[in-house]
Design a protein around this ligand. Structure first.
Ligand code: HEC
Length: 194
């Protein structure tokens, strides 16, 4: 009877110790080492507004179609220079993405710095890119009879705007666009030029 109990302790105990060691080595340790990566020179933390925009980006699933990682490959150079670990120092968990149904957004703030363009595009991508398959996000906007003081009016192209009414960017839209504009790669010495 006593021997039997010992076997149970060994049977449970040995795998437990092995799994605990593996979990530390393969899960915890790499995460800890990576979290020590210093920011690349010029990389700054998000402002409170940009961080709210990032939360919306996550909630709306933008990362299902957009990557934020430029690979060191020739075909990726249209998106910017190859990404480095220090780019993500303040962007954890990283929104690397795995599908590129749309363009990589690592450097969209430099490529498309116009908030007017971003507002119109999010309201209805087809109004700017006729063949776009990106969903429209009308719930980021309010449609009103006329603008009030302080409203951010979006100049939606004719044919896409509700006629005789104005489209207003909500705080959520403003935060998301602030986040998109913050996505700018810092120049790195020795990085491949576009
Ligand atoms: C179903 C896939 C899909 C989803 C989801 C999606 N997009 Fe897109 N996105 C695209 C495609 C395709 C394009 C290229 C055509 C265009 O510009 O509309 C694009 C283009 C863009 C561009 C312009 C990129 C450039 O280089 O000109 C931005 C900015 C953008 N998307 C932001 C977003 C944001 C923010 C979200 C979430 C709110 C989002 N996208 C969700 C597919 C998607």
């Amino acid at each position: 009877m006593k021997g039997g109990m010992n076997n149970v302790v060994l049977l449970v105990g040995i795998p437990f110790v092995i799994y605990a060691i593996l979990a530390l080595l393969m899960g915890a340790l790499p995460g800890w080492v990576l979290s020590q990566t210093p920011p690349a020179p010029g990389v700054v933390p998000l402002t409170a507004q940009q961080a709210r925009g990032r939360a919306t980006y996550v909630a709306e699933g933008c990362a299902y179609c957009h990557t934020q990682q430029v690979r060191p490959l020739k075909q990726d150079l249209v998106f910017g220079r190859p990404s480095v670990a220090g780019d993500y120092a303040y962007a954890t968990p990283e929104l690397l993405g795995s599908e590129r149904n749309g363009p990589d957004l690592s450097n969209i703030g430099s490529r498309q710095p116009s908030d007017v363009w971003q507002y119109i595009h999010l309201y209805e991508p087809r109004s700017l890119v006729s063949s776009s398959i990106m969903p429209a996000y009308p719930w980021f906007y309010r449609v009103k009879e006329h603008a009030d003081r302080g409203d951010v009016v979006v100049a939606v192209p004719p044919g896409y705007a509700p006629s005789g009414r104005v489209v207003i960017a909500t705080q959520e839209a403003q935060d998301l666009v602030a986040y998109l504009k913050s996505l700018k790669q810092v120049p790195l010495k020795g990085a491949v030029k576009r």
